[in-house]
Design a protein around this ligand. Structure first.
Ligand code: PRX
Length: 656
C-alpha cells in the first residue's frame, strides 16, 4: 500500500471542474466551499442545526443540537422526532408521486420500474405485515436479501415502524447469519427463496434454514420469504415461515409512520474489526439520514432529473446510504442492479448506463480495474453521454484506473468524486465537491463542510503537510456511529482510545496531506484488510481457520493485488504433519472452502502456506511484517535477530 502511495504522491495533475459543470453546481467554486467550512467553524452547532432543519422533515422539532455530556456517546438533535421512511417517501408524494423511484434491472436483464407512490404502497403494506406479526419499535429484524426492490422495501418497512434492521450481505455464510442473529437477538428474518447472480442461483432461504438450525436462534419467531425465483423450494417450517406475498396480500396500503427520537437506532450493520468478532455498528435515525442527504446534495450534486446509480449491494454501508436511503431521501430516480458487472459480459455496466440514461455512476476501484482488464475498450461501444458525474468508493483508486475512468467512461467531461468514508461514518467524509474542487487522481481531496478531519501523530498532535500520520476526526458529526451493539466498551476502545484523550474519532486509516492540503489515504493501521473494497479482519479469518479441527495455528496477512487491492494470504500450522504435493493442494482447497463456509466466499485466502510453526519473537508474538514480506515474495532484508526460530522463514518462502 505504501509503495502505491509513494507513486501516487508524485501525482500532480489537477482536474478542475469545467466552467459548465461549476456553473450549474450546488456548491460552485472554492470560495463557496470555503464559505461553508467557515460557517461550520464559526458556529458548529448552528451549522448542523440549520442543515437538519432545512433538509429533514421533523414531526417534532428538536431544541437540543449536540450533547457531549456522555462523551464519546454523542447525541444529536436528541429531543426531535421524525421517521426516516416518511422522509424518504411520504414527504415527496405531493409532488413526486408519479416520479420513478427505482429502475430495477435483474440479472437476466428484465426491467421493473416503481414510482414513489408505488414504493410507498409496498413499504406500507410490508410495514403493516410486520406489525401483524408483532414486530414493534426497537425489535431487530435480520434482512438477508438479493439486490431487489424488495430489499429496499424491507429496510424502509423496518424504518417505518421503528424496527432496527441488520442487513447481512447475501454472500455471507450460514455461520455469519447465525452469529448476527444471536448478537442482535433478531425476532424476525426477511429473506428470499433465492437470488440470481451471473446466471447462478443463490439459495438464500436454505442458508437461513441452516443458520437457524445451528442453534442459539431462539429469538427468531418468523421468517418472511420473498419469492424471487420460481423453482422448487426447500423445506418449509410451518408456523415459522411465511411467504412475503401472503403476508402483504390483505394489508392496508397506508401505514402511519412510527415517530422515533433522533438518536433511536435505525440499523445495525456488522463490519470487521481487529478482533475475531465483527462489530455491530449502530446508527442513529436523524444524524445518519442528514449525512445521507448532505452527501447526495454536496458530493453527488443531486439534480431532480438525475438518474443515480450506485452499484453497491445493500449488504454493505454503501448500499445502505446510497441505495436504500440517500437517493430516496432526496427524491431521486435510481437504478438498482441484481447482477454482476461481468455478466453476460464486461460491457454490462456500460450497456445499463446507456439504456437507463444514467447521469451519476458510483462504483468501486476494484470493479473499474477488473473491467479495464476484461475489456478496456468496451465502454466506447456504448453511448455514455448521459453521464455527468462519476464516483469511487471503498479503497484508494490508483491513478491509472482513475484516468481510464475519467477518459474512457466519463469522456473527459465528468468530475470524479473519490469518496473516503466508512461503515462507522454513515456517509461521505472526505471527498471533492465536484463543482468546486480541482481533483487529483488518487486523492479524496478535502473534508466535506463541517467535517473536522486531520492527520496527527501518535501523540495526537497535527503533523506537518507532507508527513504521513493517523487520520482522525476532531469533532463529533451527526452521521457518526453511536455505539457498537451491546458492546459500549469496545466502542470506546476502538474509536476513542485514551492516547487521544478519548476525544478524537480514530478512523483506523493512515493518511498524508500534500503541500496543497489534499488528503491521500494510505490504508488501514489496524489488522483489517481491504479486499475488493470489502473490509475483512485478519483475526476473523484466523479464527475461522483455527476452528478447523486439523489446524493448530494460523496467521493471515494482506498482499497487494492488482485487481482486488489486497488479497488474503494465510500461513497455517497443522496439528498433524506438514503436507506437501498433492496432499497439500487438496488441503488448501479444503481450507479455502472451510473459510467460505465460516465467513463467506469473499474471505477465502488466495494463498495458503503450511509451516511447522510461525515466525515468532521470543515472547511469542507473531512477526507479521515478516509474513507480509514473504507473502509478497520479497527477500527478507529486515532484522530477524529477535526471532525465536529464523529457519522457519525459508520453509514458509517455499511453496507447498
Ligand atoms: O480504509 C478505508 C477504505 O475502506 C475503509 C472503510 O471500509 P468500510 O467500512 O467497509 O466502508 C467502505 C465503504 C465506505 C476505510 O477505513 N476506504 C473507503 N473509501 C476509501 C477508502 N480508502 C481510500 N479511498 C477511499 N475513497
Amino acid at each position: 500500500m505504501s509503495s502505491t502511495i509513494e507513486s501516487v504522491l508524485h501525482e500532480n495533475r489537477h482536474f478542475p471542474p469545467s466552467a459548465e459543470f461549476a456553473a450549474k453546481a450546488r456548491v460552485s467554486g472554492m470560495e463557496a466551499y470555503h464559505a461553508l467550512c467557515r460557517q461550520a467553524a464559526e458556529d458548529y452547532e448552528g451549522f448542523w442545526a440549520g442543515l437538519a432543519r432545512e433538509r429533514l422533515s421533523w414531526k417534532r422539532p428538536f431544541t437540543q443540537v449536540l450533547d457531549e455530556s456522555n462523551a464519546p456517546f454523542y447525541s444529536w438533535f436528541a429531543d426531535g422526532e421524525l421517521n426516516v421512511s416518511y422522509n424518504c417517501l411520504d414527504r415527496h408524494l405531493p409532488e413526486l408521486a408519479n416520479k420513478l423511484a427505482i429502475i430495477f434491472e435483474s440479472d437476466n436483464g428484465t426491467v421493473t420500474r416503481v414510482t414513489y407512490a408505488e414504493l410507498h404502497r409496498k413499504v406500507c403494506q410490508l410495514a403493516n405485515g410486520l406489525k401483524s406479526l408483532g414486530i414493534t419499535k426497537g425489535d431487530r429484524v435480520l434482512v438477508y436479501m438479493p439486490m431487489s426492490i424488495e430489499a429496499v422495501v424491507a429496510m424502509q418497512a423496518c424504518a417505518r415502524i421503528g424496527a432496527i434492521h441488520s442487513v447481512v450481505f447475501g454472500g455471507f455464510s450460514a455461520k455469519s447469519v447465525n452469529e448476527r442473529i444471536i448478537d442482535a437477538k433478531a425476532r424476525l428474518v426477511i429473506t428470499a427463496n433465492s437470488g440470481v447472480r451471473g446466471g447462478k442461483i443463490v439459495a438464500l432461504k436454505d442458508t437461513v434454514d441452516e443458520a437457524l438450525a445451528m442453534g442459539g436462534c431462539e429469538s427468531v419467531e418468523r421468517v418472511v420469504v420473498f419469492k424471487r425465483v420460481l423453482h422448487e423450494d426447500g423445506p418449509w417450517t410451518l408456523g415459522r415461515d411465511i411467504w412475503w406475498h401472503d403476508l402483504v396480500a390483505k394489508q392496508p396500503e397506508v401505514c402511519e409512520p412510527t415517530w422515533v427520537l433522533a438518536d433511536d437506532p435505525l440499523f445495525i450493520l456488522y463490519t470487521s474489526g481487529s478482533t475475531g468478532k465483527p462489530k455491530g455498528v449502530q446508527h442513529s435515525s436523524a444524524g445518519y439520514l442528514l449525512g445521507a442527504v448532505n452527501s447526495m446534495l454536496w458530493t453527488f450534486d443531486y439534480k431532480p432529473d438525475d438518474v443515480f446509480w450506485c452499484t453497491a449491494d445493500v449488504g454493505w454501508i454503501t448500499g445502505h446510504t446510497y441505495v436504500a436511503y440517500g437517493p430516496l431521501a432526496v427524491g431521486a430516480t435510481q437504478v438498482i442492479f441484481e447482477g454482476v458487472p461481468t455478466y453476460p459480459d464486461a460491457g454490462r455496466f456500460w450497456k445499463m448506463i446507456e439504456e437507463h440514461r444514467v447521469t451519476t455512476f458510483y462504483t468501486a476501484p476494484t470493479a473499474i480495474r477488473s473491467l479495464i482488464k476484461l475489456g478496456g475498450e468496451l465502454p466506447k461501444q456504448y453511448n455514455l453521454s448521459s453521464l455527468r458525474l462519476l464516483g469511487s468508493v471503498g479503497e484508494p483508486i490508483n491513478p491509472e484506473a482513475w484516468i481510464w475512468y475519467h477518459e474512457v467512461v466519463g469522456g473527459g467531461r465528468c468530475p470524479i468524486v473519490d469518496t473516503w468514508w466508512q461503515t462507522e461514518t454513515g456517509g461521505h467524509m472526505i471527498t471533492p465537491l465536484p463543482g468546486a474542487v480541482a481533483t487529483k487522481p488518487g486523492s479524496c481531496t478535502f473534508p466535506l463542510p463541517g467535517i473536522m478531519a486531520d492527520v496527527v501523530d501518535e501523540a495526537g498532535e497535527p503533523v506537518e503537510l507532507g508527513k504521513g500520520g493517523i487520520l482522525v476526526i476532531k469533532r463529533p458529526f451527526p452521521s457518526q456511529v453511536r455505539t457498537l451493539w451491546g458492546d459500549p466498551e469496545r466502542f470506546k476502545k476502538s474509536y476513542f482510545p485514551e492516547e487521544f484523550n478519548g476525544k478524537y474519532y480514530l478512523a483506523g486509516d493512515s493518511a498524508n496531506r500534500d503541500a496543497e492540503g489534499y488528503f491521500w489515504i494510505m490504508g488501514r493501521i489496524d489488522d483489517v484488510l481491504n479486499v475488493s473494497g470489502h473490509r475483512l479482519g485478519t483475526m476473523e479469518i484466523e479464527s475461522a481457520l483455527v476452528a478447523n479441527p486439523q489446524v493448530a495455528e494460523a496467521a493471515v496477512v494482506g498482499r497487494p493485488d492488482a485487481i482486488k487491492g489486497e488479497s488474503v494470504v494465510a500461513f497455517v500450522v497443522l496439528k498433524g504433519a506438514r503436507p506437501s504435493g498433492a496432499e497439500a493442494k487438496a488441503l488448501v482447497a479444503e481450507l479455502r472452502d472451510w473459510v467460505a463456509k465460516e465467513i463467506g466466499a469473499i474471505a477465502k485466502p488466495d494463498d495458503i502456506r503450511f509451516g511447522d510453526n510461525l515466525p515468532k519473537t521470543r515472547s511469542g508474538k507473531i512477526m507479521r511484517r515478516l509474513l507480509r514480506a514473504i507473502a509478497k515474495g520479497e527477500s527478507i532484508t529486515q532484522d530477524t535477530s529477535t526471532l525465536e526460530n529464523p529457519a522457519i522463514l525459508t520453509q514458509l518462502q517455499e511453496a507447498n
